[in-house]
Design a protein around this ligand. Structure first.
Ligand SMILES: Cc1cc2nc3c(=O)[nH]c(=O)nc-3n(C[C@H](O)[C@H](O)[C@H](O)COP(=O)(O)O)c2cc1C
Length: 167
């Protein structure tokens, strides 16, 4: 069965936007109608059967515009199956401490939502797109080694998300 899915994202340097596009083009959604929109460009959720929300992390939290989106659309989100994905650079390990830390990125939005599926994807720091202050800050934070999420990782999550959203 075909579904109408909204992927709404919040992104500062384009990484989450790029991941949202990869998810939308995943074969998991080949039979669906998927629209990708920046959260600020979403007026309402009418016409969508399910929603996937994605935000990057700054200072230990989802971006402010993503939190605002969840607050503003809380009632409409409660009426639709919802999945979340988070794009971050730190706390990427498989150990319990890293998991706890990255799950804490959602501490403000999770109580407002009944999500069926949460994904965490390693992003990347695009220094050229940061301002002076942000560059300074990222130099002060110890960066973790490793690669950003691969398209295959994102596509595999798309498959899981679709199954869970419509089960
Ligand atoms: C100023 C600043 C603060 C950040 N704070 C965090 C953080 O607290 N935890 C984390 O895991 N990543 C943090 N990041 C990394 C971003 O989440 C990551 O680079 C992401 O890929 C950016 O995606 P975007 O271009 O969609 O915004 C920070 C990046 C910047 C520039």
């Amino acid at each position: 069965m075909s579904h109408r899915i909204l992927i709404a994202y919040a992104s500062r340097t384009g990484v989450t936007a790029e991941y949202a596009q990869i998810l939308a083009q995943a074969s998991a959604f080949a039979a669906d109608s998927v629209q990708v929109l920046k959260m600020q460009d979403v007026r309402d959720l009418d016409g969508f059967d399910a929603v996937i929300l994605g935000s990057s992390v700054r200072f230990g939290q989802w971006l402010a515009e993503a939190q605002k989106f969840v607050e503003g659309h809380q009632a409409a989100l409660a009426q639709r199956p919802t999945a979340l994905f988070t794009v971050h650079d730190l706390n990427r390990g498989d150990d319990a401490a890293s998991r706890v830390q990255r799950e804490a990125y959602l501490v403000k939005v999770r109580p407002l939502l009944q999500t069926r599926c949460e994904g965490f994807f390693v992003g990347r720091t695009d220094t050229a797109r940061l301002n002076f202050f942000e560059r300074l800050l990222t130099r002060m934070i110890p960066q973790e080694n490793g690669e950003p999420a691969s398209p295959q990782t994102l596509q595999a999550w798309a498959q899981t998300a679709r199954t869970v959203l419509f089960s």
